[in-house]
Design a binder for this molecule. Structure first.
Ligand SMILES: NC(=O)c1ccc[n+]([C@@H]2O[C@H](COP(=O)([O-])OP(=O)(O)OC[C@H]3O[C@@H](n4cnc5c(N)ncnc54)[C@H](O)[C@@H]3O)[C@@H](O)[C@H]2O)c1
Length: 487
């Protein structure tokens, strides 16, 4: 499959799609008649480059090629995925599909970002309705994994499967919406919450800031990790969901909410909301707010990843799929060069108040490099479960240059010696040819039963001896054995 995506409409959402495809290794071809489109996409891309690669603990594929085109046929040439993100007007979308279908490959998928239209509405009057499907993303598209994949009965199971495969491949979670309805699933909730919020402001009950606090200090945090039903199951106590419904079900018949009444969006109400929003957030530019949002999202997502829960589970699965370093090693004696033990981007939550990678994270990256080296010499999860492991006894890190969020780093490792109980390693952290830091570590093999030094058994000592022999002819790295303060 050619990995070319065409982005038709490169605004807020199209720009996010472009960034995600590009950073996941696809070539991206953009068509947007707005002369400002390139500038806008470049800004989205800059945000994406500092946040998306570091969500992952392994290297993303190399970035694809980005090109801009001033006509549809050029933009869709060779594309197997065409993402339409033009403004939410049905006649415009129909016009766009007509010009796309006059020129695109018959087996390309045309995904629409529409927030509200049903796929059957989009397909009306199309040359090949079966080619068009709803793929509704969430802003920022380069960080949030959810895609509502909404087919109509015109779309084949093969197209749905192929769409799922492609979306999963770029790190997204395609939620197959089995029945087409206006606004799919998620926007139905958002509209209900938005409607209530408008009433609360109109009735003078709460300001925009108080409403946001009511969400972000409480139930919004619960929703982010468990959603609605799992949260309410807990709220029912040991008796669970059934008890929860018995307890709170009757409230539904009380007039707690305004149900589907919609407040009139009068000029006064709009002024009130806009000025409250200025008071709340006017000190930040939109670009600042985007960066704050991305920092927070990355921190939450990486926290969930550590817990292997919710969206964090998706990230872990994606890493396992992309981890080229975990591929099998045929013959350890072939490692006559330095061993690549880490390949990743610096995550946003590894940076500090100075705007660069925090010193503790240098140790984390070197610790990960040591773990990978241990894995290579057979000190893997099975070996550790059988009672042997290495403990780090001594570390010397030299912080040579700074790195920023999103920078691709690589750690190369040299075994300085591996005799007896000792494992002496030297790591070099690089960005391309630039040396960022070195880490020298002495590890001691221990018995996890006695917690005392012990000799590794043959499962580790033999591969380690081979690797140490393969590295024996490498020159001693600059800085090895240096004392603190000696450069
Ligand atoms: N903004 C959101 O939060 C959000 C979230 C999910 C889905 N969506 C959906 O995404 C779509 C786009 O929304 P947006 O917020 O990115 O809008 P936007 O106004 O930011 O971007 C639309 C872009 O389409 C371009 N465009 C207009 N006519 C075009 C044409 N004929 N061919 C190619 N490009 C054309 C415009 O120049 C503009 O850059 C809508 O269907 C919307 O419902 C929006």
């Amino acid at each position: 499959m050619t990995r070319i995506a065409a982005i038709i409409g490169g605004g807020v959402i199209g720009g996010g799609w472009a960034a995600r495809f590009l950073l996941m290794g696809w070539d991206v071809q953009v068509f947007d008649p707005d002369p400002e489109a390139k500038r806008k996409i470049d800004e989205v891309l800059a945000n994406a480059r500092r946040s998306l690669p570091g969500l992952s603990d392994v290297a993303l594929p190399d970035e694809g090629q980005l090109s801009y085109h001033d006509n549809v046929p050029d933009a869709i040439r060779g594309a197997c995925w065409i993402q339409e993100s033009v403004p939410e007007r049905l006649p415009l979308k129909h016009k766009v599909y007509q010009s796309l279908q006059e020129h695109c490959e018959g087996d390309a998928i045309i995904g629409s970002s529409t927030s509200g239209f049903k796929p059957s509405e989009l397909q009306e009057g199309a040359m090949r309705p079966a080619q068009i499907v709803v793929t509704h993303p969430f802003n920022p598209v380069y960080l949030l994994p959810l895609i509502e994949l909404v087919p109509s009965d015109q779309n084949s199971p093969e197209l749905i499967d192929k769409a799922k495969e492609i979306l999963t491949g770029i790190g997204m979670y395609p939620l197959h919406v089995r029945a087409e309805i206006d606004a799919h699933i998620a926007d139905r909730f958002l509209e209900a919450v938005w409607r209530e919020a408008l009433w609360l402001i109109k009735d003078g009950v709460a300001t925009t800031e108080e409403i946001d606090n009511a969400i972000r200090y409480g139930f919004g945090l619960r929703w982010a990790q468990m959603g609605l039903f799992e949260t309410y199951r807990i709220a029912g106590g040991e008796a669970g969901m059934r008890h929860f419904i018995e307890q709170f079900g009757p409230c539904l018949s009380w007039p707690w909410t305004k149900l589907t009444d919609v407040p009139d969006l009068t000029d006064d109400l709009i002024d009130q909301i806009a000025s409250q929003s200025d008071d709340q957030s006017g000190q930040h530019t939109i670009r600042d707010l985007e960066r704050i949002r991305d920092n927070n999202l990355v921190t939450i997502l990486r926290g969930l990843k550590a817990q292997d829960y919710g969206a964090g589970t998706l990230l872990k699965a994606q890493d396992a799929h992309m981890n080229i370093l975990a591929q099998g090693i045929d013959d350890i004696a072939e490692f006559t060069e330095l061993v690549t033990t880490v390949q990743r981007a610096v995550p946003l939550d590894w940076t500090d108040y100075n705007g660069h990678m925090n010193e503790a994270r240098y140790l984390q990256a070197f610790g990960d490099a040591t773990d990978q080296l241990m894995h290579i010499i057979g000190c893997d999860a099975d070996y550790i479960a059988s009672g042997g492991s290495y403990f780090t006894a001594e570390t010397h890190i030299r912080h040579i240059d700074e790195v920023h969020a999103g920078t691709k780093i690589k750690v190369e490792t040299q075994v300085l010696s591996g005799e007896g109980k000792k494992l002496h390693l030297f790591h070099r952290m690089m960005e391309g040819d630039r040396l960022i830091a070195t880490g020298e570590h002495m590890l001691i093999h221990v018995s996890l039963e006695t917690r005392k030094a012990s000799l590794p058994d043959a499962r580790v000592s033999i591969p380690l001896a081979k690797l140490a022999a393969a590295h024996a002819d490498l020159p001693l790295p600059e800085g090895a054995g240096a004392a603190v303060g000696v450069r």
